[in-house]
Every structure is written in C-alpha cells, then in structure tokens.
Design a protein around this ligand. Sequence first.
Ligand code: GAP
Length: 482
Amino acid sequence: MSTENKNEKMEAIVSLAKRRGFIYQGSEVYGGLSGTWDYGPLGVTLKRNIMNLWWNYFVDSRDDMYGVDAAILMNQKVWQASGHVDTFTDPLVEDLVTHRRYRADHLVKDAGYEATGLTNAELNDLIMDKGIKSPDGNELSSVRSFNMMFRTFVGPMQGDELSVGKPIDEHQGKLSADLEGMKAVTYDPASVSYLRPETAQGIFTNYKNVLDAFYPDLPFGLAQLGKAFRNEISPRDFIFRTREFEQMEIEYFVHPDKWQESFEALLADIHTFLDMLGLPKDMVHELEVPEADRAHYSKRTIDIEFDFPIGREELLGLAYRTDFDLGNIQREAGKSMEYTIKGTTEKFIPHVIEPSFGVERALMAVLSSAYTEDEVNGEKRVFLKFPEHLAPVKYAVSPLLKNKPELVAKAREVYNMLKKKHGNVMWDDNGNIGKRYRRQDEIGTPYCVVIDFDTLEDDTVTVRDRDTTEQKRITLEDLASQ
Ligand code: GAP
C-alpha cells in the first residue's frame, strides 16, 4: 500500500469513527485537548467488548489468574522505587524560533534515519550531522530528557488562591496576575503524586495482599485493566499515541528457573487473543527487542507489532521483568516479598512475566482490520467487518414501512425479544431499507432483521448478512434460538 493510500485509509477511519458515534476529539467543543479522545455510544461498547473479552480470556476462564483494581493515585515512593521518577523520559527538542516542542527520535525517524535505542547525545549528533530541522524548517535546540509523568498534589496546597472550583469568568482579565501569584504557591513535597503511567505498579503493590489472602501455587498472575496517563511530547496518529489511555496488564509470578516456559506460554496466549480480536495473522509480527532498546527493568522483551494504516508499529509488549519490581519494593518498603514453596523451606522473590496491552491500540487494530470497501450493485460500499462478538450492535431491527402500525408493532415485538436476549440490538426505521443497510454496514452490524407483510402471515423475517449482503428468510423461532 502506498503512503498516500495508507493515510487515506486512516483518514477514512477517523472520519467514520466520528460520523457514526465511535470516537471524538476530547473537549472538541472548546477546541480540543491534544492527546485526548472521547468515546461515543458505539465506541464505548466496542472498547468494553475488547476489554471484557480480554478479562474473560485471561482472567475468568483460568485458574491461575486473579484480578485487582488499584487506585490511580499512588504514594510517590512507588514511582521512585520503580525508576519512573528518574528514567521515565523521552528525548525532547525545541524549535528555536516557534518554541514548539518535539520528540527528537520522531523527528530523526521522520527524516529517514534509525532512532531506536539512541542516547540523547547520539540523537544530538545525528541532528547536527544530518542537518535535521523542525517541521517548520527551523534550527533545533539540543536534546534533553523530558519526564512523561503527570505530577499532581494530594490535598490542598498552601496559598492556593487559584482555586480550580472558581467560575471561569472570575479569572477573565487577571489570568497573568493569577499565574504570577501561582509562583508563590508552596506545597509539601510529601504531597506530590503522579497519575499512574502504567497499571503494573498497582499490581506489584498488591502482590503481598493477594498472596496473604489466597496463597496461590506458582506460577500465578494478577491482572488489572484501567487508565494510564503519559504526558507524551507529541501525541499523534489518532488513538495510537495519546496522553490518557487504558492498559490491560498481567504480572505473572514464576519460579526464577522457570520463566522461559511461562514466557512462551503467555506468548501463545497473546496470539490466541489477537485471533479472537479478528486480526489477520499476516498483519501481526513479533519483534525481539535488542538489549539497548529494552526498558530498564527487562531482560527479554518481545514487542507484538501490527500493520496499522500508519505503518508497522507496536501493539503490545511481553516483557521478562525478573524480580526488579518486587525486589525494589522489598528494599524500599522494608517488607518481605518472598514466596515460600508450600511444604518446603525454599524461599525466593518470584520473577515476573508481563504481557502489557494498550486498549486503544487494540481498538485501532480492530477498527483498521475491520474497515472494508467493496462494491455492491456497482456502488462503493464501506463496512466494518467486526467479529460478531465485538460488534457494538449485533442486530438492527426494522419494520419494512414505518407508517404501517401493524408492521411497527410486530417489529417492536421482535426487537424486544432480541434485545432481552442480546442487549446490543438497535431499532432502525430511518430512511429506506437501502439506506438502513448502508448505515448498519458502516457501524459493523452483522445482521439486519426486516419485518414485512409476510411476517404477519407466517412469522418469518428477512435476515441480511453484513459481509455477503445475502438475505435469508427464517422463522422467528430460529431467530430466537440464534
Ligand atoms: N507496564 C509496561 C508498560 O507500560 P509500555 O510498552 O510502556 O509498557 C504498554 O506500554 C502498552 O501500552 C504499549 O504496548 C501500548 O499498547 C500502550 N501504550 C503505551 N503508551 C501509549 C500511549 N501514549 N497511547 C496509547 N497507548 C499506549
């Protein structure tokens, strides 16, 4: 696919996502907030379907997994011990004229050079040697590290005159004075906290609690899904790189000598799950991450990449985190994180395998592999070929004519019957049948059920298949048992 076509496909998906109520720019009504996205009625259902499928496959259907749901705000010591305060950084450069800021490795990559794993000094050298400029063609500053955690303060600050609770108009015309005033605001360093940049630490900090309550045999895993926040220097590519997103993570605790077998088993489980998302196997790739490019805690990482319309990019990661995190907690919190093998005196800090999924990237992969264009009766048709279990709407129910009360009443009966059974069923009597089919195709509804005059006679309905556009007549009894 040419770059132009790739961008066209991305644009088509972004536009459909907005038009049909999947995904909107965050705070759009006020001009937006970069790196944030809101989910409309269909988007939230699609996203939940993905998250529920994950939870169901990795937690509910297994005996070796336990769920947790930790607070987003955590004691600052968590992020000091984990290394995030010191090392969770991206390389930042500034356009010396416009003062816009960019990720140095992105600019280098966009200029056609390899940038992964380069230090700030190496990026600097490359920028100088190759004469790389900002997107506006200006000179760049030297590269420095920018910490991506959102910092906040827990509890009221001393001298906090610029209360967030004040109505906006109270600030009109005196914003600069207020900002000036803010410099004088003092805070207790102990009140500093961060919006969590990964859900993983909320799992590690609860490992001992779950161990004490359940004492599971090794290996076992703790799973969590929820929001994570990163102050990305340049959020981009729709929901691919955002400042607020959701993760689905597992920390799988293993005997240090047996990490390889769990690593391989989880890798196989990941592929099964990606299959369940309907991602074509030939678009999913494993990348063995070289040591220089791995996170500071990892001894082995496989990135699962996907052929997104924007190119081949990371979808999720599988990392061998050793005893890095539990070891840090034991040292910094002074509490034992050791596991004793039942009936023995063998004691050790378990090692950890971590499959870490980003929900938005999974959603973007699902959307882009579902997006299909074909031709029906000489006309272009766009449809989302979601697997049935992910489709936000499973059935759309329509009376053939909306001005015939007997058809409407029968259609309502069928709608209620399906709604009770499946939940995600839509009533659709807008426009003619052709228009309804096109609309339902665009939101990926697998089946459209139409109630016509024959239904009143023989209790049969037409069911139209999204992918083949074939229409079949089946009895209401058969429809109810589907
Ligand atoms: N606990 C390990 C961890 O957080 P990561 O590679 O930094 O590892 C895991 O993130 C996954 O989270 C990524 O593979 C990606 O799917 C998702 N992710 C990370 N940053 C993201 C961002 N800014 N926007 C959307 N998804 C993101």
